[in-house]
Design a protein around this ligand. Structure first.
Ligand code: FAD
Length: 402
């Protein structure tokens, strides 16, 4: 019997000695995968193993930007699938995710930006994604606070605009998927670190954990920045580099920023949280690291960039800064699918932009694990592409843009 108390989120079970599927990582992607395995495929003999607490990784550290306006058909398709799932997710999970489709502006500051951005708008429209090109007056109309004078160092020459883009409350998303999965019978086990992956004759057998060995038919990695550490336990080397990515919030302000504003050239993105803080992020710290902190110079650069676009924010105080560890691939696109070890699956490489993919990623990953073959949406995002050369280069749309 499940408790009926409305504050009840999930059980806290002891790990069993065997599951059909063990998911490693209780971030958004692992939890969404568990939920869809149970809800869509009827696979409920599932454990999510999280070494810390749910949502304590990038899921609770990201700046919550959601959009689908990527350049290539493959990426636009998977992110748009995710955006459509977002649009029905509060009802499906019966949880207020504070999804706010307030629109996302990607500013262009030079001719190259303009060409690349317009190309992306045309590509998005061909793919059925809402995308508009705005001139500086149009930008001002959508977001009156953006500096659009033309005598500044990085004048705004225009912007792409995705009205259906926006933000959501990231920790609610983790809790909602966790509660949904738990109610369907999934064991969510916090404080359980995977320390080894058992492989025999090319097939995965289970995992070693700080709470004992757990046998599994399938082991699905969803460990974001620590994916390569885990893959190495099974003798695999992933094409992943893990970097700190920082963000910050200001003190609380009254609502002043009506949409999300991003700029690759100036190198910052800004939104305003429901509570009132300005939320800002920038590019990754250049060094590889597993320390969830970054260099102060990156924060300084980020604030300088923000003030280029929003001089009016110069009096706002920074409340706190933090970092998460993001898993970047050579083509700035994710990896979702099989590995050379039978029964071992990988979902990683979402880098700086995987929050928006949370439902879509879980949906296709669950399909892949349940059927033993990729869904058509994640088939292009195989590990194999780094051998075949069929890369999906999203540096333009992914880079600093989250
Ligand atoms: C500062 C910042 C800003 C970002 N902004 C955005 C944004 O605006 N929009 C966007 O779309 N994306 C953004 N992202 C990226 C997004 O957060 C990630 O791509 C996404 O959260 C990764 O998936 P996840 O939620 O499953 O990862 P995580 O929450 O990191 O989950 C992985 C989990 O695996 C666990 N784990 C690791 N090793 C082990 C082990 N050995 N055993 C058990 N568990 C283990 C970790 O503790 C962690 O909880 C941002 C990221 C950061 C850091």
């Amino acid at each position: 019997m499940l408790p009926e108390h409305p504050a009840f989120l999930w059980r806290n079970p002891e790990p069993r000695r065997r599951y059909d599927v063990v998911i490693v990582g209780g971030g958004g992607h692992g939890l969404a995968t568990a939920y869809y395995l149970a809800a869509r495929h009827g696979i409920t003999d599932v454990a999510v193993l999280e070494r810390g607490w749910l949502g304590g990784g990038n899921m609770g550290r990201n700046t919550t930007i959601i959009r689908s306006n990527y350049l290539w058909d493959e990426s636009a398709a998977i992110y748009e699938h995710s955006l459509r799932l977002w649009e029905g997710l509060q009802e499906e999970l019966d949880y207020d995710l504070l999804l706010s489709q307030r629109g996302v502006l990607n500013l262009a500051h030079n001719l190259h930006d303009v060409r690349e951005s317009r190309r992306r708008v045309y590509a998005n429209r061909l793919g059925g994604i809402d995308a508009e090109w705005l001139d500086p007056d149009g930008v001002k109309e959508v977001c009156p606070l953006v500096e659009t004078r033309d005598d500044v160092r990085y004048p705004v020459l225009g912007a792409t605009y995705q009205p259906r883009g926006g933000i959501a409350k990231h920790d609610h998303v983790a809790w909602a998927f966790a509660r949904g999965a738990d109610r369907l019978g999934v064991d969510i086990i916090q404080g359980c670190e995977v320390t080894g992956i058992a492989v025999r004759d090319g097939r995965v057998q289970g995992v070693e954990t700080t709470r004992g060995r757990i046998e599994a038919g399938e082991v699905a990695l969803a460990a974001a920045g620590h994916s390569s550490v885990l893959a190495e336990m099974a003798g695999l080397r992933l094409p992943i580099q893990s970097h700190p990515l920082q963000a910050l919030v200001s003190e609380l302000l009254e609502p002043v920023l009506p949409c999300v504003v991003m700029s690759n050239a100036v190198h910052v993105y800004v939104s305003q949280a429901h509570k009132g803080e300005l939320v800002m992020g920038a590019g990754i710290d250049a060094h590889v690291s597993y320390g969830q902190r970054g260099g102060v110079h990156v924060i300084e650069h980020q604030l300088a960039a923000a003030l280029e676009l929003f001089p009016i924010f110069s009096r706002a105080h920074v409340l706190r800064t933090w970092a998460g560890i993001v898993d970047t691939t050579p083509d700035a696109s994710p990896i979702v699918g099989a590995t050379p070890v039978a029964g071992l699956w990988v979902n990683c490489g979402w880098g700086t932009g995987g929050f928006k993919a949370t439902p879509g990623s879980g949906w296709v990953y669950a399909h892949t694990i349940a059927t033993g073959a990729p869904h058509e949406l994640n088939a292009p995002f195989s590990l194999e592409r780094f051998r075949s050369g069929a890369l999906i280069d999203e540096h333009g749309a992914a880079a600093v843009a989250h």
